[in-house]
Design a protein around this ligand. Structure first.
Ligand code: SAH
Ligand code: SF4
Length: 350
Protein backbone atom coordinates (compact mmCIF):
# COMPACT_ATOMS: atom_id res chain seq x y z
CA UNK A 1 0.00 0.00 0.00
CA UNK A 2 1.21 3.47 -0.86
CA UNK A 3 1.85 5.23 2.45
CA UNK A 4 2.33 8.73 1.04
CA UNK A 5 0.05 11.29 2.64
CA UNK A 6 -2.87 12.52 0.58
CA UNK A 7 -2.52 16.28 -0.03
CA UNK A 8 -6.29 16.54 -0.44
CA UNK A 9 -6.69 15.70 3.24
CA UNK A 10 -4.98 18.98 4.23
CA UNK A 11 -6.86 22.18 4.88
CA UNK A 12 -5.11 25.40 3.87
CA UNK A 13 -3.47 25.86 7.30
CA UNK A 14 -1.99 22.37 7.34
CA UNK A 15 -0.83 22.80 3.78
CA UNK A 16 0.91 26.00 4.82
CA UNK A 17 2.60 24.26 7.77
CA UNK A 18 3.78 21.46 5.52
CA UNK A 19 5.29 23.88 3.03
CA UNK A 20 6.89 25.91 5.80
CA UNK A 21 8.52 22.72 7.06
CA UNK A 22 10.02 22.40 3.61
CA UNK A 23 11.40 25.94 4.02
CA UNK A 24 8.92 27.49 1.59
CA UNK A 25 7.34 30.95 1.99
CA UNK A 26 3.67 31.25 2.97
CA UNK A 27 2.42 32.25 -0.46
CA UNK A 28 3.43 28.88 -1.85
CA UNK A 29 0.50 27.29 0.00
CA UNK A 30 -1.90 29.71 -1.71
CA UNK A 31 -0.35 28.91 -5.08
CA UNK A 32 -0.66 25.19 -4.52
CA UNK A 33 -4.23 25.56 -3.20
CA UNK A 34 -5.14 27.54 -6.29
CA UNK A 35 -3.53 24.92 -8.56
CA UNK A 36 -5.40 22.06 -6.89
CA UNK A 37 -8.85 23.55 -6.37
CA UNK A 38 -9.15 26.26 -9.03
CA UNK A 39 -6.99 24.94 -11.87
CA UNK A 40 -7.83 21.42 -10.75
CA UNK A 41 -4.53 19.89 -11.76
CA UNK A 42 -4.50 16.15 -12.30
CA UNK A 43 -0.90 15.70 -11.06
CA UNK A 44 1.52 17.72 -8.93
CA UNK A 45 3.82 18.16 -11.94
CA UNK A 46 1.10 20.33 -13.50
CA UNK A 47 1.32 22.95 -10.72
CA UNK A 48 3.40 25.19 -12.98
CA UNK A 49 3.15 28.21 -10.66
CA UNK A 50 5.58 26.34 -8.37
CA UNK A 51 9.28 25.87 -9.12
CA UNK A 52 10.07 22.54 -10.75
CA UNK A 53 12.30 21.51 -7.83
CA UNK A 54 9.45 22.01 -5.35
CA UNK A 55 7.02 20.12 -7.54
CA UNK A 56 9.44 17.18 -7.48
CA UNK A 57 9.80 17.29 -3.70
CA UNK A 58 6.04 17.44 -3.25
CA UNK A 59 5.56 14.61 -5.69
CA UNK A 60 7.98 12.43 -3.70
CA UNK A 61 6.41 13.27 -0.37
CA UNK A 62 2.68 13.43 -1.09
CA UNK A 63 -0.06 11.93 -3.17
CA UNK A 64 -2.59 14.11 -4.98
CA UNK A 65 -5.64 12.01 -4.23
CA UNK A 66 -6.56 8.50 -3.16
CA UNK A 67 -9.04 7.44 -5.81
CA UNK A 68 -8.07 4.99 -8.51
CA UNK A 69 -10.75 4.61 -11.12
CA UNK A 70 -11.41 0.95 -11.89
CA UNK A 71 -14.62 1.13 -13.87
CA UNK A 72 -16.78 3.61 -15.70
CA UNK A 73 -20.19 3.11 -17.24
CA UNK A 74 -22.06 5.58 -19.42
CA UNK A 75 -25.84 5.26 -19.86
CA UNK A 76 -27.22 4.79 -23.37
CA UNK A 77 -28.78 8.24 -23.34
CA UNK A 78 -25.36 9.64 -22.39
CA UNK A 79 -26.81 11.62 -19.49
CA UNK A 80 -25.31 9.54 -16.68
CA UNK A 81 -21.74 8.40 -16.00
CA UNK A 82 -20.96 6.18 -13.08
CA UNK A 83 -17.42 5.65 -11.84
CA UNK A 84 -16.18 2.99 -9.47
CA UNK A 85 -13.05 3.91 -7.51
CA UNK A 86 -10.67 1.83 -5.47
CA UNK A 87 -9.11 3.35 -2.34
CA UNK A 88 -5.53 2.64 -1.20
CA UNK A 89 -6.83 0.04 1.29
CA UNK A 90 -8.80 -1.57 -1.57
CA UNK A 91 -12.23 -0.54 -0.36
CA UNK A 92 -14.41 0.70 -3.18
CA UNK A 93 -16.74 3.64 -3.65
CA UNK A 94 -18.77 5.03 -6.47
CA UNK A 95 -19.58 8.44 -7.86
CA UNK A 96 -22.26 9.34 -10.40
CA UNK A 97 -22.25 12.33 -12.74
CA UNK A 98 -25.60 13.31 -14.22
CA UNK A 99 -25.98 15.83 -17.04
CA UNK A 100 -29.42 16.91 -17.95
CA UNK A 101 -30.39 20.13 -19.70
CA UNK A 102 -28.38 22.83 -17.94
CA UNK A 103 -27.73 20.84 -14.76
CA UNK A 104 -24.50 18.98 -14.13
CA UNK A 105 -24.91 17.14 -10.87
CA UNK A 106 -22.43 14.88 -9.12
CA UNK A 107 -23.68 12.35 -6.59
CA UNK A 108 -20.89 11.61 -4.13
CA UNK A 109 -20.21 8.97 -1.47
CA UNK A 110 -19.29 9.80 2.12
CA UNK A 111 -18.49 6.28 3.31
CA UNK A 112 -17.31 3.00 1.83
CA UNK A 113 -20.42 0.92 2.46
CA UNK A 114 -22.96 1.96 5.08
CA UNK A 115 -23.70 0.80 8.61
CA UNK A 116 -27.39 1.73 8.61
CA UNK A 117 -28.65 -1.33 6.74
CA UNK A 118 -31.78 0.00 4.99
CA UNK A 119 -33.18 -3.20 3.53
CA UNK A 120 -33.89 -1.88 0.02
CA UNK A 121 -30.46 -0.27 -0.45
CA UNK A 122 -27.57 -2.00 -2.26
CA UNK A 123 -25.04 -0.12 -0.10
CA UNK A 124 -26.85 -1.04 3.10
CA UNK A 125 -26.84 -4.67 2.02
CA UNK A 126 -23.04 -4.59 1.74
CA UNK A 127 -22.40 -3.40 5.27
CA UNK A 128 -19.89 -0.83 6.45
CA UNK A 129 -16.23 -0.66 5.43
CA UNK A 130 -15.10 2.75 6.66
CA UNK A 131 -15.64 6.50 6.71
CA UNK A 132 -14.18 8.43 3.80
CA UNK A 133 -11.61 11.08 4.60
CA UNK A 134 -12.24 14.72 3.73
CA UNK A 135 -9.87 14.39 0.76
CA UNK A 136 -11.66 11.30 -0.54
CA UNK A 137 -15.02 13.08 -0.44
CA UNK A 138 -13.67 16.23 -2.09
CA UNK A 139 -11.79 14.27 -4.75
CA UNK A 140 -15.05 12.92 -6.16
CA UNK A 141 -16.14 16.49 -6.84
CA UNK A 142 -12.77 17.27 -8.44
CA UNK A 143 -13.17 14.17 -10.63
CA UNK A 144 -16.56 15.36 -11.87
CA UNK A 145 -15.40 18.90 -12.38
CA UNK A 146 -12.31 17.84 -14.35
CA UNK A 147 -14.38 15.48 -16.44
CA UNK A 148 -16.86 18.22 -17.32
CA UNK A 149 -14.14 20.73 -18.15
CA UNK A 150 -13.01 18.50 -21.05
CA UNK A 151 -16.29 19.31 -22.81
CA UNK A 152 -16.33 22.93 -21.61
CA UNK A 153 -18.99 22.34 -18.96
CA UNK A 154 -19.14 23.31 -15.32
CA UNK A 155 -20.44 21.40 -12.36
CA UNK A 156 -23.67 23.02 -11.14
CA UNK A 157 -24.90 20.80 -8.27
CA UNK A 158 -23.62 18.34 -5.69
CA UNK A 159 -25.71 15.78 -3.86
CA UNK A 160 -24.44 13.69 -0.93
CA UNK A 161 -26.56 10.75 -2.00
CA UNK A 162 -23.98 8.17 -3.00
CA UNK A 163 -22.75 5.42 -0.72
CA UNK A 164 -22.96 6.01 3.00
CA UNK A 165 -24.72 8.21 5.52
CA UNK A 166 -23.18 11.72 5.57
CA UNK A 167 -24.34 12.33 9.16
CA UNK A 168 -22.66 9.13 10.35
CA UNK A 169 -19.42 10.69 9.07
CA UNK A 170 -20.49 14.17 10.15
CA UNK A 171 -17.18 15.98 10.69
CA UNK A 172 -15.52 14.80 7.49
CA UNK A 173 -18.65 15.48 5.43
CA UNK A 174 -18.91 19.02 6.83
CA UNK A 175 -15.19 19.72 6.33
CA UNK A 176 -15.53 18.45 2.77
CA UNK A 177 -18.47 20.81 2.19
CA UNK A 178 -16.44 23.71 3.54
CA UNK A 179 -13.66 22.81 1.13
CA UNK A 180 -15.99 22.48 -1.85
CA UNK A 181 -17.62 25.83 -1.06
CA UNK A 182 -14.35 27.68 -0.29
CA UNK A 183 -14.28 30.91 -2.32
CA UNK A 184 -10.53 30.48 -2.90
CA UNK A 185 -11.14 27.03 -4.30
CA UNK A 186 -14.02 25.41 -6.14
CA UNK A 187 -16.41 28.08 -4.84
CA UNK A 188 -19.58 26.03 -5.28
CA UNK A 189 -22.49 27.78 -3.55
CA UNK A 190 -24.00 25.96 -0.56
CA UNK A 191 -27.45 26.28 -2.09
CA UNK A 192 -26.28 24.03 -4.90
CA UNK A 193 -25.39 21.30 -2.45
CA UNK A 194 -27.88 18.80 -1.00
CA UNK A 195 -27.14 16.63 2.00
CA UNK A 196 -29.30 13.52 2.24
CA UNK A 197 -29.75 11.73 5.55
CA UNK A 198 -31.56 8.56 6.53
CA UNK A 199 -32.94 10.53 9.47
CA UNK A 200 -30.28 11.12 12.10
CA UNK A 201 -32.39 13.50 14.21
CA UNK A 202 -29.53 14.69 16.44
CA UNK A 203 -27.34 15.55 13.47
CA UNK A 204 -30.21 17.36 11.70
CA UNK A 205 -30.50 19.67 14.73
CA UNK A 206 -26.74 20.14 14.86
CA UNK A 207 -26.67 20.93 11.13
CA UNK A 208 -29.33 23.59 11.64
CA UNK A 209 -27.74 25.03 14.78
CA UNK A 210 -24.38 25.31 13.03
CA UNK A 211 -26.07 27.50 10.42
CA UNK A 212 -25.31 25.25 7.47
CA UNK A 213 -26.62 26.68 4.21
CA UNK A 214 -26.84 23.46 2.18
CA UNK A 215 -30.18 21.94 1.28
CA UNK A 216 -31.41 19.08 3.42
CA UNK A 217 -33.08 15.92 2.15
CA UNK A 218 -34.50 13.35 4.56
CA UNK A 219 -35.11 9.79 3.39
CA UNK A 220 -38.49 8.96 4.87
CA UNK A 221 -39.94 6.03 2.87
CA UNK A 222 -42.59 5.22 5.49
CA UNK A 223 -45.00 7.25 7.61
CA UNK A 224 -45.53 4.81 10.47
CA UNK A 225 -42.88 3.62 12.92
CA UNK A 226 -43.78 0.00 12.41
CA UNK A 227 -43.12 0.05 8.68
CA UNK A 228 -40.22 2.48 8.82
CA UNK A 229 -38.33 0.43 11.39
CA UNK A 230 -38.66 -2.60 9.12
CA UNK A 231 -37.28 -0.70 6.13
CA UNK A 232 -34.77 1.53 7.91
CA UNK A 233 -33.29 0.27 11.20
CA UNK A 234 -32.20 3.83 12.11
CA UNK A 235 -35.88 4.47 12.86
CA UNK A 236 -35.50 2.44 16.06
CA UNK A 237 -32.93 4.95 17.29
CA UNK A 238 -34.69 8.03 15.96
CA UNK A 239 -38.41 7.26 15.63
CA UNK A 240 -40.69 9.42 13.52
CA UNK A 241 -41.80 11.85 16.26
CA UNK A 242 -38.17 12.62 17.09
CA UNK A 243 -37.22 12.87 13.43
CA UNK A 244 -40.10 15.18 12.57
CA UNK A 245 -39.36 17.34 15.62
CA UNK A 246 -35.78 17.71 14.37
CA UNK A 247 -37.04 18.62 10.89
CA UNK A 248 -39.33 21.26 12.40
CA UNK A 249 -36.42 22.71 14.37
CA UNK A 250 -34.35 22.72 11.17
CA UNK A 251 -37.16 24.48 9.38
CA UNK A 252 -37.67 27.12 12.04
CA UNK A 253 -33.95 27.90 12.41
CA UNK A 254 -33.06 27.95 8.73
CA UNK A 255 -36.40 28.93 7.15
CA UNK A 256 -35.58 26.31 4.56
CA UNK A 257 -37.84 23.82 2.92
CA UNK A 258 -36.99 20.21 3.75
CA UNK A 259 -37.10 17.61 0.97
CA UNK A 260 -38.44 14.21 1.90
CA UNK A 261 -37.44 11.22 -0.20
CA UNK A 262 -39.87 8.39 -0.69
CA UNK A 263 -38.87 5.34 -2.74
CA UNK A 264 -42.18 3.75 -3.73
CA UNK A 265 -42.18 0.01 -3.15
CA UNK A 266 -44.95 -2.10 -4.63
CA UNK A 267 -47.43 -3.19 -1.96
CA UNK A 268 -45.16 -1.95 0.86
CA UNK A 269 -45.37 1.83 1.13
CA UNK A 270 -47.52 2.84 -1.85
CA UNK A 271 -50.93 2.42 -0.17
CA UNK A 272 -53.52 5.12 0.36
CA UNK A 273 -53.08 4.62 4.12
CA UNK A 274 -49.37 5.39 3.95
CA UNK A 275 -50.12 8.43 1.78
CA UNK A 276 -52.69 9.64 4.31
CA UNK A 277 -50.34 9.05 7.24
CA UNK A 278 -47.66 10.94 5.34
CA UNK A 279 -49.97 13.92 4.86
CA UNK A 280 -50.64 13.98 8.62
CA UNK A 281 -46.92 13.66 9.40
CA UNK A 282 -45.99 16.54 7.10
CA UNK A 283 -48.83 18.75 8.19
CA UNK A 284 -47.58 22.26 8.89
CA UNK A 285 -44.01 21.78 7.75
CA UNK A 286 -42.51 23.62 4.78
CA UNK A 287 -41.47 20.70 2.64
CA UNK A 288 -41.35 18.96 -0.69
CA UNK A 289 -41.74 15.24 -1.30
CA UNK A 290 -39.64 13.51 -3.95
CA UNK A 291 -41.20 10.24 -4.95
CA UNK A 292 -38.56 7.92 -6.41
CA UNK A 293 -39.43 4.64 -8.10
CA UNK A 294 -37.55 1.89 -6.23
CA UNK A 295 -34.45 0.53 -7.93
CA UNK A 296 -34.88 -3.19 -7.29
CA UNK A 297 -31.89 -4.94 -5.70
CA UNK A 298 -31.13 -8.67 -5.48
CA UNK A 299 -31.17 -8.92 -1.72
CA UNK A 300 -34.57 -7.29 -1.26
CA UNK A 301 -37.82 -8.74 -2.56
CA UNK A 302 -39.47 -5.33 -3.09
CA UNK A 303 -40.32 -4.14 -6.56
CA UNK A 304 -41.09 -0.81 -8.21
CA UNK A 305 -44.66 0.42 -7.74
CA UNK A 306 -47.01 0.44 -10.73
CA UNK A 307 -47.66 3.67 -12.57
CA UNK A 308 -51.23 3.66 -11.25
CA UNK A 309 -50.15 3.32 -7.63
CA UNK A 310 -47.57 6.05 -8.15
CA UNK A 311 -50.16 8.45 -9.58
CA UNK A 312 -52.62 7.62 -6.79
CA UNK A 313 -49.97 8.23 -4.15
CA UNK A 314 -49.07 11.60 -5.63
CA UNK A 315 -52.68 12.72 -6.02
CA UNK A 316 -53.28 12.06 -2.33
CA UNK A 317 -50.45 14.44 -1.48
CA UNK A 318 -51.68 16.94 -4.07
CA UNK A 319 -55.11 16.94 -2.40
CA UNK A 320 -53.50 17.82 0.93
CA UNK A 321 -51.50 20.60 -0.70
CA UNK A 322 -48.13 18.93 -0.12
CA UNK A 323 -45.74 19.69 -2.99
CA UNK A 324 -44.64 16.43 -4.57
CA UNK A 325 -42.58 15.47 -7.61
CA UNK A 326 -42.19 12.06 -9.16
CA UNK A 327 -38.50 11.74 -9.93
CA UNK A 328 -37.38 10.36 -13.25
CA UNK A 329 -34.97 7.48 -12.85
CA UNK A 330 -31.75 8.09 -14.70
CA UNK A 331 -28.95 5.69 -15.55
CA UNK A 332 -31.05 2.58 -14.92
CA UNK A 333 -29.15 0.68 -17.60
CA UNK A 334 -25.87 1.29 -15.74
CA UNK A 335 -27.13 0.44 -12.23
CA UNK A 336 -26.84 4.06 -11.17
CA UNK A 337 -28.79 3.31 -7.98
CA UNK A 338 -26.99 3.70 -4.69
CA UNK A 339 -24.30 1.01 -4.28
CA UNK A 340 -25.26 -0.97 -7.33
CA UNK A 341 -22.11 -0.63 -9.42
CA UNK A 342 -19.90 -1.84 -6.60
CA UNK A 343 -22.09 -4.85 -5.91
CA UNK A 344 -21.93 -5.67 -9.65
CA UNK A 345 -18.17 -5.64 -9.51
CA UNK A 346 -17.92 -7.91 -6.51
CA UNK A 347 -20.41 -10.29 -8.07
CA UNK A 348 -23.45 -9.23 -6.07
CA UNK A 349 -26.58 -7.82 -7.70
CA UNK A 350 -27.10 -8.24 -11.43
N1 SAH B 1 -27.55 7.64 3.44
C1 SAH B 1 -28.22 8.76 2.91
C2 SAH B 1 -27.72 9.19 1.55
C3 SAH B 1 -27.37 8.10 0.57
S1 SAH B 1 -28.71 7.14 -0.04
C4 SAH B 1 -29.72 8.50 2.89
O1 SAH B 1 -30.13 7.38 3.11
O2 SAH B 1 -30.47 9.45 2.69
C5 SAH B 1 -29.47 8.26 -1.20
C6 SAH B 1 -30.94 8.01 -1.44
O3 SAH B 1 -31.13 6.81 -2.19
C7 SAH B 1 -31.75 7.85 -0.17
O4 SAH B 1 -32.94 8.61 -0.27
C8 SAH B 1 -32.05 6.38 -0.17
O5 SAH B 1 -33.16 6.07 0.61
C9 SAH B 1 -32.22 6.10 -1.64
N2 SAH B 1 -32.12 4.71 -2.03
C10 SAH B 1 -31.33 3.75 -1.55
N3 SAH B 1 -31.56 2.57 -2.16
C11 SAH B 1 -32.53 2.80 -3.07
C12 SAH B 1 -33.20 1.98 -4.02
N4 SAH B 1 -32.91 0.69 -4.14
N5 SAH B 1 -34.14 2.55 -4.80
C13 SAH B 1 -34.45 3.85 -4.67
N6 SAH B 1 -33.84 4.68 -3.80
C14 SAH B 1 -32.90 4.17 -3.00
FE1 SF4 C 1 -27.09 3.81 4.16
FE2 SF4 C 1 -28.60 5.63 2.89
FE3 SF4 C 1 -28.36 3.12 1.94
FE4 SF4 C 1 -29.74 3.55 4.17
S1 SF4 C 1 -30.23 4.31 2.12
S2 SF4 C 1 -28.24 1.93 3.86
S3 SF4 C 1 -28.55 5.17 5.09
S4 SF4 C 1 -26.74 4.64 2.11
Amino acid sequence: MDTNTNLLDFNVNVLQEQLEELGEPKYRAQQLWHAIYQNQIGALGEATSLPLSLRKILDDKFRLGNLMQINELVSKDNHTTKALFSLPDRHQIETVLMSYKKRRTVCISTQAGCALGCVFCATGQMGFDRHLTVGEIVEQVLWASRKLSVTGHKLTNIVLMGMGEPFHNYDNSIDALNRIEDSNGMAIGARRVTVSTAGHAEAIKRFAEEGRRERLAVSLHAATNNLRSKLMPINRRFPLDELMAACRIYSSITHRRVSFEWALIDGVNDSQEQAQDLCVLLHNIDCHVNVIPLNPTDQYYGDTSSEDATTRFKSQLDKSGIPCTIRVRRGLDIQAGCGQLKSENIGGTS
